[in-house]
Write a protein that binds this ligand. Structure first.
Ligand code: NAD
Length: 310
């Protein structure tokens, strides 16, 4: 088996690269990345090869088609900073590239498992279901929705090639450090507490998100590899939890008692409540989240070298 992971130097991609090497020791794993938000340090311990390039360059895909054969492509590469407002760049990288990738998968007869996002739902009422409330609030969410449109049209035309899209909700876990300001709020709040600062939240910290731990996301990708089906799926826990709750959990585990410092949200395109309906992923993929927010944060802190107090 040969696997290609776009965005493989990033948070989710690098975890996936290492998991594939663990679960498929005979496989050859290749990472394609331009290192715009990924980092080589995420790939320490990775045994495969890195291909350095821009996934939105169609000539790269022509070259890849000629030089390689892949059995499956995990497409994680994207502009992941949801505050980027350059619409053309966002759509060129996140949406248009999908056409080249699908074309390459058709050529290789390879399965495609790709990362969409809960950003496609914007502020539509929860629980978010795959077919409803597709009203993105920002161009990032729109670019992911356009990706899904391209994928769904392709699936209709080429039912023999399996394409699975994952609308990840808020993913947190080891390997997100190099995302900097776009790392999850779990990590940002942890860093602030570790630096002895009060955790900073938009007023009044009661906005809720469906937080999903990296290990559940990796498991979903491994399940998708085994399934002979196509479609778009929410990947989350199905539970909405607030930013204030994250601060409470961190304080408890770290043995601290920081009060949040609240400030005005500067964005007019902010998702204030996300919660997934994950019944489709449960039913068709056999996906079952293994980590509650408490369990995910506990394991994450342990991996960050923390001594858990409670
Ligand atoms: N982390 C989350 O909470 C979350 C939520 C929803 C969706 N997603 C999606 O999951 C995927 C992975 O996200 P992540 O959290 O690991 O982010 P990340 O920023 O760590 O990873 C993205 C990777 O893509 C690479 N990349 C960006 N543009 C590229 C280009 N033009 N050519 C080649 N490589 C390029 C970056 O260098 C980086 O390594 C993305 O598609 C993202 O939109 C993530």
């Amino acid at each position: 088996m040969r696997f290609l992971i776009t965005g493989g130097a990033g948070f989710i991609g690098s975890n996936l690269a290492k998991a594939l090497e663990r679960f498929y020791p005979e496989a050859k794993v290749y990472v394609l990345d331009d290192f715009s938000s990924g980092h080589f340090k995420n790939l320490i311990g990775f045994k495969g090869q890195v291909i350095t390039g821009d996934l939105s360059d169609p000539s790269l895909w022509e070259w890849l088609k000629e030089k390689f054969h892949f059995d499956a492509v995990f497409h994680q590469g994207a502009i992941t900073d949801t505050t980027v407002q350059d619409q053309k760049r966002m759509l060129l990288v996140n949406s248009d590239s999908m056409r080249y990738i699908l074309d390459a998968c058709l050529y290789w007869r390879a399965k495609l498992i790709y990362a969409s996002s809960a950003g496609v739902y914007g502020n539509s009422p929860p629980p978010m279901r795959e077919e409803e409330g597709l009203v993105p609030e920002n161009v990032y969410g729109f670019s992911k929705l356009m990706m899904d449109h391209i994928a769904l049209d392709f699936i209709k035309e080429h039912s023999e090639i399996k394409v699975i899209g994952f609308r990840y909700f808020n993913v947190y876990g080891q390997g997100e450090h190099y995302k900097g300001k776009t790392a999850s709020m779990v990590y940002q709040l942890y860093r602030q507490i570790k630096e002895g600062r009060r955790p900073r939240l938009f007023k009044w910290g009661e906005q809720k998100r469906d937080w999903v731990y990296i290990e559940d996301v990796i498991r979903a990708n491994l399940l998708a590899l085994e399934k002979d089906l196509s479609g778009v799926f929410n990947i989350a826990t199905g539970q909405a939890r607030s930013f204030n709750e994250i601060v409470d959990i961190l304080n408890r585990y770290l043995g601290t008692s920081y009060e949040p410092e609240y400030f005005d949200c500067p964005y007019d395109f902010y998702q204030s409540f996300t919660q997934a309906d994950i019944s489709r992923a449960k039913e068709l993929l056999g996906y079952e989240p293994q980590y509650s927010l408490e369990e995910g944060i506990r394991e994450y802190l342990e991996r960050l070298g923390e001594d858990i107090r409670a």
